[in-house]
Design a protein around this ligand. Sequence first.
Ligand code: F0G
Length: 451
Amino acid sequence: MSTKTIFEPFRIKSVEPIRWTTRAQREDLLRAAHYNLFLLPAGDVLIDLLTDSGTGAMSTHQWAAIMEGDESYAGSPSFDRFKKSVQNIFGFAHVIPTHQGRAAERILFSVMCKPGDVVPNNTHFDTTRANVESAGAEAVDLPLPEARLPETQLPFKGNMDVAGLEALIARVGRERIPLVMLTVTNNSGGGQPVSMENARAVSALCHKHGIPLYIDACRFAENAYFIKLREPGYADKSPKQIAQEMFSLADGCTMSAKKDGMANIGGFLCTNNDILARQEKDLLILTEGYPTYGGLAGRDLEAIAVGVQESLEEDYLRYRIASTAYLGDHIAEHGVPIVQPPGGHAIYIDAKAFLPHIPQQQFPGVALAAELYLEGGIRSVEIGSLMFAAAARMELVRLAIPRRTYTQSHIDYVVEIILKVWQRRALIKGLRLTYEAPFLRHFTAHLEPVD
Ligand code: F0G
C-alpha cells in the first residue's frame, strides 16, 4: 500500500461497551485500590493499557478454529494442528504446550538450573527473573550500555551486550551458565527489537562455549517486522522467513501465546534436546497436564495455531508498528519524555524525566500511572522501582497496546489525557508503600500519597 494513511486492517464484527466514570468516582476507586492499578476492577477502566497480554481481539478465523477444538485428554487432533503450526515457524523438535509463558519458564529453569547457576538475558521480564531466582540461580541482565538512556535513538536498542556476555562467561565459568536467554522484543527494556546480527553473534558465542541459547519469543513477530524495516538485507524477506531464521539460531524457546500468539491464554516451551524434553514433559504432567494439552483446552490450542500465523501477516504488522509509533510520536512532539524510538507493543514514558521532583523511593512511575487513571481512566503499568526494587534500571510507565482492540480515536483520547497530565506535572506527588508481598510485589502492593 502506498497511501499515507495506514488504517486498521480489519472490520469490527463484535463490540464491547466501555463504561464511563467521573473524576470523583475515579478518586474513590483509586483510593480503594491503594493507588495500585492492578487492584482496580477492570470495568472501572476506560482505556486499558495495562498489558498487551491476552487482551487482544481474535479473528473470525480463530473463532472458527475454536469450534474445531477437540477436547480429548490424550492425542487430540487440536494438538497436532497446534504443533504443526508452531513448528512451521519456530522449527524446534519438541513443542510442549503450557497454560502461559511463565509456566514454560518455570519448567525450563526447574529442569536446567541448579542453585548457584547464572542465567544471562538481554533483559529478564519480571516473571522470567522470578522463575530463575526461584530455581536458586542468579538472573543477570546484559542490555547494551547505551540502552540505559531512554532518549538514545538506536534501531536495535533491545540487543544483548555481546562483550558483556563474553566477560560474564569468562568471570563465572561456562559450567555455571546452563543457558542464555534472548528476549525478543526486549519488553522490560522498552519493547525494543533485537537485530538478526546480534542474535547471530549471541548464538555463535553461546555455541562456542557449548551453552544452549533459548529465545523468550513472546513478541517474535513484531521483532521480525522491525528487522525487515531496519536491518540491511531483510527488506525483501517476509516476517515469517525472518522469524524462521532467528529461531534457527537457538536451541529452544519459551513463548507466551497471549502476545504474538494472538490468543487470550496459552504458551509453549520448545527444545531440540530429546533428554530435556522428556524431563520437561514429566514436570508438565505433574503441574500443567498431559503433553498434548498442557493446561489448555483443545480450543485454545486451535486459537494459537491460527494466531501465530496471523501475527506474521504483513498488513497486520504494518498497522501494529505504525499505531504504536503514532501514540509515541504524538506525545513526544509535545515534549513528553519517552523511551526512543517507539517500541513494538508499547510506549514507555520516562517517569523520572516527567516527574523530576519525585525521588525514586517515592515511585515516580506509580505516581504518574495513578494520575493517568485519575485524569482519564487510563490504566498503565509502572516498570521501575516498584516492579524491580533495586534491580530497576529506569523509572518507566508502560502504555501497552492490546492487539486489534482499540482504534485511532481511542489513541487520540489517550494522547489528550497524557498531555493534560503533562501540563500539571509539577503538582503531582510521590507515594509510599504501606504493604508489600515478599516477591512480585507490584501486583499486590498498597501505597498512599506522601504529604
Ligand atoms: N516474557 C516476556 C518478555 C513477557 O513480556 C511476559 C509477559 C512473559 C515472559 C510471561 O508470559 O504472562 O504468559 O506468563 N508479559 C506480560 C506483560 C504479562 O504485560 O508484559 P505470561
